[in-house]
Design a protein around this ligand. Structure first.
Ligand SMILES: [Fe+2]
Ligand SMILES: [Fe+2]
Length: 269
């Protein structure tokens, strides 16, 4: 019997389902949960975890930290980037922990302090997820083949406004949406994959749901005025990226081309 989500997770997921405009299409779940797609889904997931940490690092460096502290953030990320992009062996855990920046802030605004607080924690968690996904890939003997980025994040990021503060608000809103969708997809995949993987996906729900809330709260705080209109704008874009046909299967991809073709043939037959 597949691993089921207990009631506590339904409570955790309810705000996510209420926030996103659409659920993951059944055709994506069916396609992505086929055993032969597992290496691709896991390798793309691995990239997503690192990208989540890198994006948070970028926000820290651009909006809150001086150059020296920003360099600490880059040094923290480097062993993970080396492992994924340059296939270097992992440094031991002790060495990795030493890289976590010790950030002392002076003369910063309250939202900057909160940004640092939330993004450093988020980076820690995403990098831990990265290690966990890496371990699963290695345990299963999957080769770490190159995977190109999906159209998903880029499809929203290209609409970021140019002004400093507005741009930051947009980036935070997009961060919230990506985290919410990731959470929704882990929950959607869990009942359709093997038990070990299902338990792992379920274990990620709580932190991804919190990341979604943290991003959204930061967006509201930085904006200092209602952001509902801007959130709606990005949610509509996201819905289109999720519900339209996508030629490549990725963790955040749209409706698989094969499913779209099959339903078209079904309609015209
Ligand atoms: Fe994560
Ligand atoms: Fe996350």
């Amino acid at each position: 019997m597949p691993v089921q989500l207990t009631n506590q997770y339904h409570d955790l997921l309810a705000p996510i389902y209420g926030f996103l405009r659409c659920p993951t299409p059944a055709a994506w779940i069916q396609h992505a949960s086929q055993p032969e797609q597992l290496p691709l889904v896991l390798i793309d997931h691995l990239h997503c975890e690192l990208k989540a940490a890198q994006s948070a690092g970028l926000l820290l460096r651009r909006y809150a930290l001086n150059d020296a502290m920003g360099q600490q953030v880059l040094d923290w990320l480097r062993p993970y980037e080396d492992r994924l992009y340059r296939k270097q062996h992992p440094v031991d855990q002790g060495a990795k922990n030493k890289q976590v920046p010790r950030i002392r802030l002076e003369d910063v605004l309250p939202w900057q302090e909160r940004l640092v607080d939330r993004m450093v924690l988020l980076m820690k968690e995403e990098l831990h997820h990265f290690d966990q996904v890496f371990e699963i890939i290695e345990q299963r003997g999957f080769e770490l083949v190159p995977v190109t980025a999906s159209r998903y994040a880029a499809g929203m990021l290209r609409h970021i406004r140019g002004k400093e503060q507005e741009g930051l608000v947009d980036k935070l809103i997009i961060g919230a949406i990506i985290e919410a969708r990731s959470c929704e997809r882990f929950a959607a995949l869990a009942p359709n994959v093997d038990d070990d993987l299902a338990r792992f996906y379920i274990s990620l729900l709580r932190s991804e749901a919190r990341h979604y809330q943290d991003y959204l709260a930061l967006a509201e705080e930085v904006a200092g005025s209602p952001i509902a209109e801007r959130v709606d704008f990005f949610l509509a874009l996201e819905q289109d990226l999720i519900e339209s046909v996508d030629s490549e299967l990725r963790f955040h991809s749209g409706v698989p081309e094969s499913a779209a073709l099959a339903s078209k043939q079904g309609l015209t037959a």
